[in-house]
Design a protein around this ligand. Sequence first.
Ligand code: FES
Ligand SMILES: [Fe+2]
Length: 376
Amino acid sequence: MTRASVVMRGQIARGIGIPRELYTSQELYEREVEAIFQTSWLLAGHESQLPAVGDYLTVEVGDESVIVARSRSGLSAYANVCRHRGARLVDPGCGQARILACPYHQWAYEMDGSMRGAPKMPPGFDRTAYPLARVAVETWQGLVFVNLAQDPAPLSSLLAPAEQLILPFDLAEASVAHTITYDVAANWKIVWENAQECYHCSANHPELMRTFDLTSGGIEGVYRSADRRVQVTPLPLRKGAVSLTVDGDAACSLPMGAFGAGREPYTAALHMKPTFAVVCCPDYAVVLRERPLAIDRTEVTMTWLVRAGAEEGRHYDLDNLIKVWDQTNVQDWALCERTQLGVRSRFFQPGPLSGDEPSVAGFHQAYADLLAAAGL
Ligand code: FES
Ligand SMILES: [Fe+2]
């Protein structure tokens, strides 16, 4: 088979999208997940989910599992793999622990990943030689990310150009109101392509379109990184709306960050392809994480953030807070799953992109470059 990056570049040169074989090759799927997701910054969660020493959560990607934990020295990340005979230390999810003791033979680790002790080891056993394998961890605006690569480019430098637009929402001073995990029966690239355009919005997202003003310039960005992986775009609001909510009013009465001090309302979306996106409104934000589960299955987790201290029932009604994006998501996943069925067909041949899809083209460019960098 011709190298996938060469195939993609040929498609891009002709102004068309991803061909069938790049959605359907199991071998390519396994290699691209390893090459792309295991070298990208992956969202682990929000700092408010790890407030106390001993709090931990896991991040799963491909065959890997990473623990992010708070110790006395701050946040650490390490492989969820025991240094004895390799057992998983903790199950996927989150928890609280004083130490991490391997269920198998009880090797024990401190919350910073260093080894605390191991029973019945011979004299001379040097516990300092067996810390858990370190994984890069970085916090940006209260959002915690990990990266499995050896020496990844700092997240802060990748996202610095996004800061100006995102900073006023003060995501660091937010807390989690709700999380929904969706299991989408579509290839991860279909899910990302869908997230890159609003060509489909008018026909498919009646709730979102009540407040999102597509006519005032669409979703074209104010910033795109040279590699097309990072993109920040304002999402214009319709006249009279102050937030992307069912009725255009704020869903949470405690505004985010600078909006509490009277800043003019606006909304903004940041994408870091292909793992993370955040949409910020003056009263809440949604954080989106994408993770491939199989060639035709993608897990998408959406987390709703509100200003720290905002209480359900007092400052916001949860159903009202989550409605627009939950419905938009469900509508999107149906479109993605329908597309997955189509791209498997022998009759599928991608057509040209519309004038409303430049960010899809940007995603294709980034995808081609990632494949090339991985030698694929
Ligand atoms: S595998 Fe963990 S203690 Fe043996
Ligand atoms: Fe959509």
